[in-house]
Design a protein. Structure first.
Ligand code: NDP
Ligand code: OXD
Length: 308
């Protein structure tokens, strides 16, 4: 039996070391040099090329290297019977929560504007946007959304949240799926932390932007396909939105000729809001590898029918 690791844009040697430190007997195959496909029962994938997972006759389960699993659920080469899981670790949640707090502070304090002004040698102070004009609304109150809501609340923000099933989280006003418009009407800074599914694709559109409380700002750390890109440009140009901070994009890397690059009100980061730490991640992956061999439920197993 062996574990296959496919993550072309990650440091595979660091991951191999972290996995072997947890279990020195582990048999690991690193894609693309796979010696024995028949022995592979478990795979770990991130940014894997399409169609590489089709010819593993004994593959039982696949883990994402991160929290999102849309890249696995949309892979037609993966047989339906293969179980899917994801990696959620304490530091992944902390990194994401801190990224969001930082994005909120950048927006409130006009930091992107000051970066532009420095380039131009131009001194001009701008009044910070008061905290009480910054109710933060989080779409998706799962692992990432809950941790982020808690950090933002601890920092004195009024936080509201929206999820499919209604949650009870201390200090946070929670709305269920059918209460979306009430949630949006409370929200100045909208954070998307939804998984990408058929139901959530394109959810960040002009109609939604118009329902937000003014001044309104968008932070997308979910997936690029949540956002209708032209609606964001139109929303900013027509003052429905003050601007946006985006970590994820329909096409990654964002093409060099993309309109977003030249938009001063759109902050861009290259999908770095949270990155799984190999030492923490290796523990979850190994546990799920063992569980898959004995037919046990996996940690953070994906419910295929729900799409996340
Ligand atoms: P979870 O599965 O733990 O939580 C998902 C949340 O979304 C749940 O609260 C769920 O509701 C809610 N939800 C799902 N579908 C709908 C819907 N149709 N309407 C309303 N609410 C819905 O996921 P995580 O919190 O772990 O991760 C969320 C996403 O964040 C990932 O899929 C990934 O795309 C992104 N991410 C991005 C990172 C980055 O670096 N940019 C890092 C980590 C994650 P319910 O609770 O009722 O099921
Ligand atoms: C994740 C991500 O899903 O980093 O973990 O996007």
């Amino acid at each position: 039996m062996s574990l296959l690791f496919i993550a072309p844009n990650r440091d595979t040697e660091v991951w191999k070391k972290a996995l072997l430190e947890k279990d020195s007997n582990l048999d690991i195959e690193i894609w693309p040099k796979v010696e024995n496909k028949e022995r592979v029962t478990f795979a770990v994938c991130w940014n894997h090329p399409k169609n590489v997972l089709g010819n593993y006759p004994n593959l039982q389960a696949v883990s994402s290297l991160g929290a999102g699993v849309n890249h696995l659920l949309t892979d037609v080469a993966l047989p339906e019977k293969v179980r899917l899981s994801r990696v959620v670790t304490p530091s992944l949640k902390n990194q994401l929560a801190e990224y969001l707090l930082n994005s909120v502070l950048n927006y409130r304090n006009h930091i992107p504007r000051y970066v532009d002004q420095k380039r131009e040698g131009y001194w001009a102070p701008h009044a910070a946007i008061p905290k009480n004009e910054c109710t933060i609304g989080i779409m998706g109150l799962g692992e990432m959304g809950t941790a982020s809501a808690q950090l933002l609340t601890l920092n004195g923000y009024n936080v509201v949240g929206w999820s499919k099933s209604k949650k009870e989280i201390a200090g946070i006003t929670c709305y269920s799926k059918s209460e979306r418009d009430d949630f949006l009407a409370q929200t100045n800074i909208l954070i998307c932390l939804l998984p990408l599914t058929e139901k959530t694709e394109g959810i960040l559109d002009l109609e939604l932007f118009k329902k937000l409380k003014k001044p309104a700002y968008i932070i997308n750390a979910g997936r690029g396909e949540h956002l209708i890109e032209e609606d964001l440009i139109y929303g900013i140009d027509t003052n429905a939105l003050e601007g946006a901070c985006l970590d994820v994009f329909e096409e990654e890397p964002l093409p060099s000729n993309h309109l977003f690059w030249n938009r001063p009100k759109i902050m861009i980061t290259p999908h770095i809001a949270a990155i799984t730490d190999p030492v923490e991640g290796a523990e979850v992956i190994l546990e799920n590898y063992k569980r898959s061999l004995s037919g046990m439920a996996l940690i953070n197993e994906v419910i295929r029918e729900e799409g996340y």
